[in-house]
Structures are given as C-alpha cells and as structure tokens.
Design a protein around this ligand. Structure first.
Ligand code: F6P
Length: 538
C-alpha cells in the first residue's frame, strides 16, 4: 500500500482541490464528520476517494484497530520503557477503570480523584490556611512540559468557567526573571505551591520549587509551617516527601500515564482549582466521549483516524514538512504550543518499535498561533511561499464575548483563509483585476507576477458550537488519538522521549564546568561560549 500511496501522491501534485468539488458534488458531505461535539470538514484537503480508500486499506493492513485495542486494553505498547499507555482510562467511567486496571489500581485512581476533589473543595471554601492562618487566595503550580502545558492551556481556554476567589498561576521555565515576575505579584502568606513532576527530579522544576520555598520563608513562613504551603503531584512520592510535602498532600501518578498525556491525572489539579471539580469532570467526560467514538466508529467515519491519516498523507506522501494549527479563538491561543509537545515529542522520531530506521517521513514541524494574528505574521508564506503548509483551522461558531461583531469578523477571516489557500489567484485573474482598476499594461506586466497566489494548499476546519469544558476535553482527546494513529502507522513508539536525555546530561556537565571544573569534554564552541559567560559574570 505504501507504494500505491507514493504513486497517488505523485499524481496529486497535479490534482486541483478547487476543481474536485465539481467532480464530487457531495464532496463537502462526504468529507465532513461530527463527533463528540466537534465538526470536522476536510473537503479542502488534497484528497480523492482513491486516496482515502488507499489510506484506509493501509490502516487495515497495519491492523490499526488491533493497535488501538492493544492500547485501550493495557498492553505495554510503550515497549522501550515496558509500560502500558492508559491515560484515557483516567477519564473513563469507574466500571471501565475497574475492568482495565483491576481492583487495586482502580481503587487507587478513585481514591486519588476523590482526594483531589476534597482538596479543591477545601481550597475553594477557604478551609486550607497558610502560616498566619489566612486562607489561600493563590495556587502556584510549578512544573514543566506535560506537567504544565495541559492544565495551563485548558485553564486559559476555559477562563469563563474560572473561580474568581482562587487564582491559579503557572511556573515552568527556568528563568529567574519569569520566576520573580510571578512571585512579585503574590503574597507568601496566602499562596499554596503545587509541585507537579512525574519523576520529581526535573532540574527546572526543582530549582523553581526551591526558589518558591525560599520565597515563602523570606515572606515570614517558618520551617515548621512550610508544609502548610506545599502540595505535590508525582509518581515518586518518596522524593516529594524528602522535599517537605506531607504525605496527605501528595497526589500520586502512575507510570502508565505519560507526562504529555497526564492532564487527566492529578496533574490536572491546578486546572480543577481554576475551573472547579465539576467543570474538570466535564472536561474528562468530553474526552471520554471522543475516546468512545475513537474505539467504536469505523475507520472511514472515525475523526482521529481520518485526521491521523490525512496528516500522514500530507507529511509522508505529499512531503509537506510542517503543519500549522490555527485556532481562531483567543481562548485556544496556546493550543498550538501544547500540541508541539504532544505531537513532536511523541512522533519526532526516526527509529521504529524494533530499532529499525523508519523510511517514511514522521512527525511534521507543528507551529501556529491564534488567528487573525497569524494573518499578520506568517500567512504570507502559506499563500506565496515555496512550500505547501497544511493548515488545521479551529474555530468556535459562537463566542462567550458580548462583542458579536468581533466574532463575525474573526470567523469570516478564518473561513476566508481556507478559501484563499485553496483557490489562490491566477496570473490571468490578477491581470484582469489590475486592468479593471485602470492599471497600465506596463505596470500590470511588472506587478502581476507578484500578486499571483498558486492556491491548492490543503486545509481542514474543526468547528464547535462554543468553547466549553466538554468540547475542550474532546478536542484534546481528538489530537491525542490522531497522534497515536500516526505513531501506530509509522510503526514507532509515541510514548517514550529518549531524545530529551542528552540535553539534560550536557546541561549538568556545563553547570559543573561553570563552577570551574573540568570542561575538556565540551566542544571548542561550547568552551568558548562558556568562557565568555564566566568572564562576563566576573
Ligand atoms: O520534556 C521531557 C519531559 O520528560 C516530558 O515528557 C515531561 O512532561 C516533562 O519533561 C516534565 O517531566 P516531569 O513531570 O517528570 O517533571
């Protein structure tokens, strides 16, 4: 099937998306789908019935359904770490948790969710107090990567659902300027820190957590009262206890929940603090609705499968190196950044499950930002650049805002972009337009080539009625499963991340070299940069 798809792709570079609508009168209906509160229109992709059939035949040949069942059934599909991949069970009903996890683990999950709800309730009721007896007004979540993006992006997306009394803040990057900016705005007496780290050894998180600890002490919190201001979420409970967190303030994680898929675990605690446990449970219910669709819909009517296969078609067969995710929604403005970790840390690999080199191109370069800002940033390149850049538009059809005219303009711009990417503007059209404006022949000859837009750029559009907790959960699950489908079809392990280890090792080596120790292991370039750093610091 791979050769068939390569052959089809070579033909599809001459295929006209725009003309296909006349050849396929039902194209929009045929290439649209509703699932779990989301509407997907992929009719503006560079595809044909033969392409879609071949992609699905290939998926069947690769036993994609069997691979899906293996994941949901708890097989250790994360083969390099010997782990199952069961983050989706955390958002499933308790009977499913019981069936998949077994009694003891299901109990632990249930107890943790119960404990999480209790702590959120106590914080919202003002029952948890700091060293001077005042109730907490602020929670600062210290974590990075998957211990940060999910809760932060969802809290941002669901701002209309946030609790006004309890403010939630996020501290991820290891830059003192960012740390001080956050802490300067907070009161140590009424701030609770939640350290979120699956391993509880992440350099940035521990440095930031210790900085917050010192800030609490400098703010009047004595050592004896420090634990009142601490909570942790981790799979390494002993490390959290060593850090000073009381065991009844530690919410556990499990190794079968990958970091970038951990929002559904207690990593979601700061989000639950922000939007309330009921809305957090709605988010999980929306994600489960997408899980149910993913597990049960036939491949041809399966939203994550369709998006996964389209992404492979564009990346591995049409050879488009990147993917733009363009939320026309201020609420979803950081969704592209969240997706960069989920997509590129999962499938940014070149070795298959058994160590073999993968010959197909794998994960695309994912980027994006909210529209219409994107139109004043990089859309020029989408319309007249040398590379085709597939676009995934995400736009709510109604807004929480009272400014309805703004929303109309926002949605009109979103639809206009996919139309323009597909239709483009030919030289003949440009010349006709310029002539109609009375531009001279000579000027037309000079200017026209600069105004041509080749078009025929693929895009798809996801719409939802409104941004709600349920829809956000469904959207995140859609992309999680899309990325699973792609990893399964590429034959790689989407759930480890060995590529991040070397940078971590080298940063430790460089840190010791900064303290004047041996730097002979470093390259001349790094040694030179190091020397400049050390000299400037003197
Ligand atoms: O980015 C590498 C990574 O290991 C991610 O997979 C993870 O989400 C992040 O670092 C933080 O890890 P931890 O939760 O263990 O601090």
């Amino acid at each position: 099937m791979i050769n068939v798809l390569h052959q089809l792709a070579s033909e599809h570079h001459r295929f006209s998306i725009k003309d296909s609508f006349s050849m396929q009168p039902n194209r929009v209906t045929d290439y649209s789908l509703v699932a779990a509160g989301l509407f997907l229109d992929y009719s503006q992709q560079n595809i044909s019935p033969q392409v879609m059939k071949s992609l699905n035949d290939w998926a069947r040949q690769c036993d994609l359904t069997g691979k899906m069942q293996a994941m949901f059934g708890g097989e250790k599909i994360n083969n390099t770490e010997g782990r199952a991949v069961l983050h989706s069970v955390l958002r499933a009903p308790s009977d499913v948790q019981q069936a998949v996890l077994g009694g003891e683990l299901a109990r632990q999950v249930g107890d943790t969710q119960q404990r999480m709800a209790e702590l959120v309730g106590q914080l919202h009721n003002g029952d948890l107090v700091g060293f001077d007896g005042r109730a907490f007004t602020d929670v600062i979540a210290v974590g990075i990567g998957g211990s940060y993006y999910g809760p932060k992006v969802c809290a941002q997306a669901l701002k209309p659902y946030t609790n006004s009394q309890l403010k939630v803040h996020y501290l991820a990057n290891v830059d003192g300027e960012g740390v001080e900016e956050k802490l300067d705005a907070l009161n140590p007496a009424t701030t609770l820190m939640v350290v979120i780290s699956k391993t509880f050894v992440t350099q940035e998180t521990l440095l930031n957590a210790n900085a917050v600890k010192s800030w609490l002490v400098e703010g009047g919190c004595n050592e004896a009262s420090l634990s009142k201001h601490l909570m942790a979420v981790s799979s390494h409970v002993e490390n959290a206890i060593k850090f000073g967190v009381n065991s009844d303030r530690i919410l556990p994680m499990w190794d079968w929940v990958g970091g970038r898929f951990s929002l559904w675990s207690a990593v979601g605690f700061p989000l639950a603090c922000a939007i309330g446990i009921d809305n957090y449970n709605e988010l999980k219910a929306g994600a489960y609705e997408m899980d149910h669709h993913f597990m049960n819909a036939p491949l041809e009517q399966n939203m994550p499968v369709i998006m996964g296969l389209l992404g492979i078609w564009n990346r591995s067969f049409m050879n488009y190196p990147s993917l733009a995710v363009l939320p026309y929604s201020h609420a979803l403005r950081d969704f592209p950044g969240y997706l960069q970790q989920v997509d590129m840390e999962s499938n940014g690999k070149s070795v298959g499950l058994n160590g073999e080199t993968i010959t197909l191109a794998t994960a695309p370069i994912v980027f994006g930002q909210e529209g219409t800002n994107s139109q004043h940033a990089f859309m020029q390149m989408m319309h007249q650049g040398q590379d085709k850049i597939p676009c995934e538009f995400i736009v709510p059809l109604t807004t929480h805002s009272t400014l309805k005219e703004h929303h109309k303009v926002l949605v009109a711009n979103c639809f206009a972009q996919s139309e323009a990417l597909m239709n483009g503007k030919s030289l003949a059209q440009v010349k006709t337009e310029l002539a109609a404006k009375g531009v001279s022949e000579q000027e037309i000859e000079q200017l026209a080539p600069h105004k041509v837009m080749p078009g025929n750029s693929p895009s798809l559009t996801i719409t939802m009625d409104k941004i709600t907790p349920k829809v956000v959960g469904s959207l995140l699950a859609l992309y999680e499963h899309k990325i699973f489908v792609q990893g399964a079809m590429w034959g790689l392990n989407s759930f480890d991340q060995w590529g991040v280890e070397l940078g971590k090792e080298l940063s430790s080596a460089i840190l010791t070299a900064m303290d004047g120790e041996d730097d002979t292991k470093l390259s001349p370039a790094t040694s030179s940069q190091l020397a400049r750093f050390c000299n400037l610091g003197k």
